[in-house]
Design a protein around this ligand. Structure first.
Ligand code: NAD
Length: 265
């Protein structure tokens, strides 16, 4: 049976979609006929080239809004601009996120505030502004990109772990509120994904530790991931497409792991 997600003509906002997972999610949605509002930081010329290439490749409308996801007023404008441009918002993927690694007693206050703001509070602000639109449509899909760190912890990542646990809790609470409104709210909790940042870390760590890149991957980066394999973008996109399609209508308030067995341990 060929699965048709039936998403043509829908409209999505994907936060933090100028690189990594968000960019892959936006691409997967556009390939299914969904008009997409991109968001994120980066080189303006590259962002515009990527936006134009995705629009040309898929034939959907692809727009960009540079809202800083740590700024509530800019988040409100991102959602309002998408609504105005597309006339609807069917899908919100809350993906923007940053990391900082330090011991709690040395954690810089501004880094704590930044991580909580971008990784957790932005999910609240974007959801708050998208929900009235979705309620008006009688249908909506919200997918929050949390992390295995939304379910379990690692040392030295206190702000990130706190924010991602918060995202999972917020996902559940919001799902309960809107369960009768045709709106689902779910979290995806990936293990390690081989984004450009992770690829750079492999080379750096191999040089610093004087071991092969293969050993860095298995013993350092994927130490917590039992299958010793990075999570692929397509694996995340497949789950996301399921959740945002009609197939996901009964699936809400959940946190789905895609982590090679990490959180089973
Ligand atoms: P990435 O650095 O490649 O992408 C992050 C995106 O967020 C970029 O587009 C960036 O411009 C944007 N961004 C950062 N700060 C922003 C701000 N203030 N306003 C607007 N946009 C901002 O990272 P990624 O690895 O693709 O991570 C995406 C999400 O997936 C994050 O929430 C991250 O926590 C989560 N995640 C990543 C992994 C992994 O292994 N890479 C694992 C689990 C969860």
């Amino acid at each position: 049976m060929a699965i048709n997600y039936r998403l043509e003509g829908h409209a999505a906002v994907v936060t933090g979609s100028t690189s990594g997972i968000g960019q892959a999610m936006a691409g997967a949605l556009a390939e299914q006929g969904v008009n997409v509002m991109l968001n994120g930081f980066g080189d303006a010329a590259k962002i515009e080239a990527d936006r134009a290439a995705l629009a040309a490749r898929t034939g959907v409308q692809v727009l960009f809004h540079g809202a800083d996801m740590s700024k509530p007023a800019q988040i409100a404008d991102l959602i309002a601009t998408a609504h105005k441009a597309f006339g609807r918002i069917d899908i919100l993927v809350n993906n923007a996120g940053v990391q900082h690694v330090a011991a709690v007693d040395e954690f810089p206050d501004e880094k704590w505030d930044q991580i909580i703001g971008i990784n957790l509070s932005s999910v609240f602000h974007a959801t708050k502004h998208a929900l009235p639109v979705m309620k008006g449509q009688g249908r909506g899909r919200i997918v929050n990109i949390a992390s295995a760190h939304g379910l379990v912890a690692s040392p030295f990542k206190s702000a990130y772990v706190a924010a991602k646990h918060g995202v999972v809790g917020f996902t559940k609470s919001t799902a309960l509120e809107v369960a009768r409104a045709g709106i689902t709210v779910n979290a995806i909790c990936p293990g390690y994904v081989k984004t450009p940042l992770v690829e750079m870390q492999i080379g750096d760590q191999a040089r610093t530790r004087g071991i092969s890149p293969e050993r860095v991957v298995e013993e350092v980066i994927l130490a917590a991931q039992p299958n010793k394999a990075f999570v692929e973008y397509d694996q995340l996109a497949g789950m996301m497409l399921y959740l945002v399609s009609d197939l996901g209508a009964s699936t809400t308030g959940a946190a789905y792991t895609i982590d090679g067995g990490w959180t089973a341990a």
